[in-house]
Design a protein around this ligand. Structure first.
Ligand SMILES: NC(=O)c1ccc[n+]([C@@H]2O[C@H](COP(=O)([O-])OP(=O)(O)OC[C@H]3O[C@@H](n4cnc5c(N)ncnc54)[C@H](OP(=O)(O)O)[C@@H]3O)[C@@H](O)[C@H]2O)c1
Length: 267
């Protein structure tokens, strides 16, 4: 029985990761801010899959978040074999209109906590001679994202960081895979405030997480579920960067258009 730590496990893709990993027999550590929702997920996993599920409430935007998580793991005597860096959120709109502190937190959660947690947990994996890291990026990470400038840049980071680490740990017992999904029906667009922020068609968490775990099993560098998403992922890096940014703007500027009512999902 191995232990998987999933960040952002209180909803969406993270809760689905926790469920599918528990179904495979992993014990799990669940990290997010919403303690009540984490407890609900943990109870469900214990009943459904008979695994141990540990709840670790933590705001990953705090600068010492990873150290706190590592300290809590050490206090409970838990050694993590699989780290799923899934927690994250997005922002969109004209750069000057977006709350700077929200984008600061976004970088802390999407990038800083992801790197810090990897630093905290990889040494133990190396000592034990095996382990895995699964980082959740996005199709937003395949090109610059006008009106999603910070979000897409965090996901560019996640992909390149994952690809680089994968090379460092090849042959050393640690797998590193990035999941880069297109739109998925989760709380993500509630948090962003509009479904216009979605580029591409929606799917559900179940097949996306299944594809991610399959890619990790096969030691794939990254996976982009969905044909249309995979096509963009394949083509965009082959085009001139400035052209890709201009093409992306034609698609993403729809977030600036007035809402018709249907798209807005949160005040
Ligand atoms: N849904 C999509 O269309 C889509 C597409 C591409 C990539 N992604 C990526 O998928 C990942 C998961 O998102 P999701 O779609 O499952 O959205 P979601 O349902 O909103 O889940 C986001 C998770 O991140 C956690 N989180 C947010 N801020 C946090 C903080 N400060 N500290 C700790 N945890 C925090 C949330 O928990 P609490 O609120 O309880 O803290 C929640 O569990 C993200 O990295 C996102 O960028 C999503």
């Amino acid at each position: 029985m191995t232990l998987a730590l999933v960040t952002g496990a209180s909803s969406g893709l993270g809760a689905e990761f926790a469920d599918q990993l528990a179904a495979r027999g992993h014990d799990v550590v669940l990290v997010a801010r919403s303690e009540g929702r984490l407890e609900e997920v943990a109870d469900r996993l214990r009943v459904r899959h008979g695994v141990q599920a540990h709840v670790l409430p933590q705001d990953l935007a705090e600068p010492d978040a990873a150290r706190r998580v590592a300290d809590a793991l050490a206090a409970r005597g838990l050694a993590v074999d699989l780290l799923v860096n899934n927690a994250g959120f997005g922002t969109c709109g004209r750069f000057e209109d977006i709350d700077p502190s929200r984008e600061h937190d976004e970088m802390m959660v999407n990038v800083v906590a992801l790197v810090d947690l990897t630093h905290a947990l990889v040494p133990g994996m190396l000592e034990r001679g095996s382990g895995a890291v699964l980082n959740v990026g996005s199709t937003a990470g395949y090109q610059p994202g006008p009106y999603f400038a910070v979000y897409s840049a965090t996901k560019v980071f996640v992909l390149n960081f994952s690809l680089a680490l994968r090379q460092e740990y090849r042959g050393r017992g640690i797998k590193v895979t990035a999941l880069c999904p297109g739109p998925v029906e989760t709380g993500f667009f509630d948090a962003i405030g509009t479904r216009k922020a979605a580029v591409g068609s929606f799917t559900t968490s179940e097949p996306v997480v299944r594809a991610a775990l399959r890619a990790l099993d096969r030691d794939r560098a990254y996976v982009t579920p969905g044909l249309g998403n995979a096509l963009g992922a394949h083509l965009n890096p082959r085009r001139p960067r400035t052209l890709v940014a201009a093409m992306a703007k034609r698609v993403t500027r729809k977030v600036l258009e007035p809402e018709t009512g249907r798209e807005r999902v949160a005040a």
